[in-house]
Design a protein around this ligand. Structure first.
Ligand code: URA
Length: 182
């Protein structure tokens, strides 16, 4: 299952791997973790229509086990191509497996979550995986904070964009140019 969302999305969400529900429905994050993801997105003013959602693995690992490095390696050309084609401004990196793949050699999820890492002009924001917060309720508060960090970053990007638009030098319209030059 490749992923879902508009090819023009400025935000990309990368999870771990499809689960049983996702495998059956052919769409990422449609189970309990997906419901929580939708709710958290809504909380920061976003919906599925605003984001492209995909996973490190494009197929469900048997028995829902953790992805193996060789599987992540085998799927990585698809993810790299998706990143190239969609060219998001912000990538929300869900959980430790996505973190290990997208930001290899960086800190652990427990230290890096909610922080912005800029790599190849893309802002990567590691956040706890919603399934982890469903399993361990102590992570729910930090997960909500992570989404607030994403919102704060998006607001900063938008403010910068607006400042650039405001600072753009006005260009004379053709009729004004005519009066200027004769
Ligand atoms: N968890 C994931 O990481 N991806 C999905 O698509 C569903 C659950």
């Amino acid at each position: 299952m490749p992923g879902v969302g508009p090819p023009t999305a400025r935000i990309m969400i990368v999870g771990e791997a499809p689960g049983q529900n996702e495998d059956q429905q052919g769409e990422p994050f449609v189970g309990a973790a997906g419901k929580l993801l939708d709710q958290l997105l809504r909380g920061i003013g976003l919906s599925r229509g605003d984001v492209f959602i995909t996973n490190i693995l494009k197929c469900r690992p048997p028995g829902n086990r953790d992805p193996q490095p060789a599987e992540a390696e085998a799927c990585s050309p698809y993810l790299e191509q998706q990143l190239r084609l969609i060219h998001p401004e912000v990538v929300m990196v869900l959980g430790r497996h996505a973190l290990a793949r997208l930001l290899p050699g960086y800190d652990s999820i427990s230290r890096l979550h909610g922080k912005v890492v800029v790599k190849d002009e893309v802002s990567y924001i590691p956040i706890y995986h919603p399934a982890a917060a469903l399993y361990n309720s102590f992570l729910m508060g930090p997960l909500e904070q992570d989404f607030k960090a994403v919102k704060a970053h998006l607001d900063r990007v938008e403010a910068r964009r607006q400042a650039l638009v405001g600072a753009a030098v006005p260009v004379a319209r053709p009729e004004e140019q005519l009066t200027l030059f004769g």
